[in-house]
Ligand binder design. Structure first.
Ligand code: BJW
Ligand code: ZN
Length: 247
């Protein structure tokens, strides 16, 4: 693969790099994306599952959907894309800002991760906010109840109409303001406020690089667009970085 000369020059000079990732980076681990032809929401409408009202209307159905996804996720592994990002830490101050809830960046070993939409491995009680991890309910098909107050337990993910964890978003925004390069990997970039992260990076002078298998909402705004699979492009790019005379 031939990479843009300007990108190579930017990589040579950069100190701080943000990887803004979405479902596409986990696709090669076998986890479905949300939108697109093989997307999770081709058959299921997001508004029927990924919002609080849907959960209140049909908690068992929503819980079962998350148990099904947790089961898939726990049987997958980080792929070459997640792993390549950890290797960039050898040469850059790397921050991963992810919309994914699958914890694959964590399992790959990335050191600095901001999870904007939560983490499917955690749960909490909607009444008293006691937190539980997924192992508490491995084989629970119906929505479990809190052992302290009896309230319903939900996954610790951000649904439509809900605020993102404010401290996490603020810190991610700060990293976006400070970075020299922002990679936008495997996201349709249509969900806000998460999609403000690369926009913020650009407004503060960062060089934007998109890695995706197809054009997205943000393609016309980036400085460099690379068409390809994250699990192939990122290791190749790291191979280039590894040969640069970086200190
Ligand atoms: C590959 C590949 C390979 C495939 N290699 N690439 C401003 C403007 C407009 C709307 C809004 C706005 N501000 C807020 C909104 C409303 C709403 C929103 O954004 N709506 C738009 C969709 C219209 N936002 C919200 O509601 C947010 N909250 C909020 O704003 O709070 C304030 C508020 C309070 C009260 C009232 C109103 C507002 C919350 C958003 C929460 C999103 N949650 C989800 C579900 C998480 C839980 C779960 O997993 O079940 O997060 S939705 C879903 O989309 C999930 C994802 O993180 C997110 C982004 O999806 P992503 O990652 O981009 O995946 P895809 O499938 O879309 O794309 C995959 C890409 O990969 C594709 O491009 C492929 O080509 C590519 N790909 N294989 C590289 N191998
Ligand atoms: Zn409780």
């Amino acid at each position: 693969m031939d990479f843009d000369k300007e990108l190579i020059r930017k990589l040579k000079e950069a100190n701080s790099v943000v990887f803004f990732t979405g479902a596409g980076i986990s696709a090669e681990s076998g986890i479905s994306t949300f939108r697109g032809k093989d997307g999770l929401w081709n058959k299921l409408k997001p508004e029927e599952l990924a919002n609080f009202d849907a959960f209140m209307r049909n908690p068992d159905m929503v819980w079962e959907w998350y148990q099904y996804r947790r089961n898939i996720i726990s049987n997958t592994k980080p792929n070459a894309g997640h792993e390549a990002i950890t290797k960039f830490e050898k040469y850059f101050d790397v921050t991963v800002v992810t919309q994914n809830v699958d914890n694959l960046h964590g399992r790959a070993g990335s050191k600095s991760i901001y999870e904007l939409h939560g983490n499917i491995e955690r749960n909490f009680c909607i009444q008293c906010r006691t937190f539980y991890n997924k192992n508490n309910f491995n084989s629970t098909q119906n929505v479990p109840k809190c052992s302290s107050c009896g309230g319903m337990i939900r996954p610790d993910v951000v649904w439509f109409g809900e605020n993102l964890p404010q401290d996490v978003f603020s810190k991610a925004e700060q990293k976006a303001k400070e970075c020299d390069i922002c990679f936008i990997v495997g996201t349709s970039a249509v969900v806000y406020p998460a999609a403000y992260i690369p926009i913020t990076a650009k407004q503060n002078g960062a060089y934007l690089v998109e890695i995706n298998i197809e054009p997205t909402e943000i393609t016309t705004s980036v400085d460099c667009s690379i068409t390809g699979k994250a699990g192939e492009v990122l290791p190749e790019l790291f191979g280039i970085v590894n040969k640069l005379d970086k200190v």
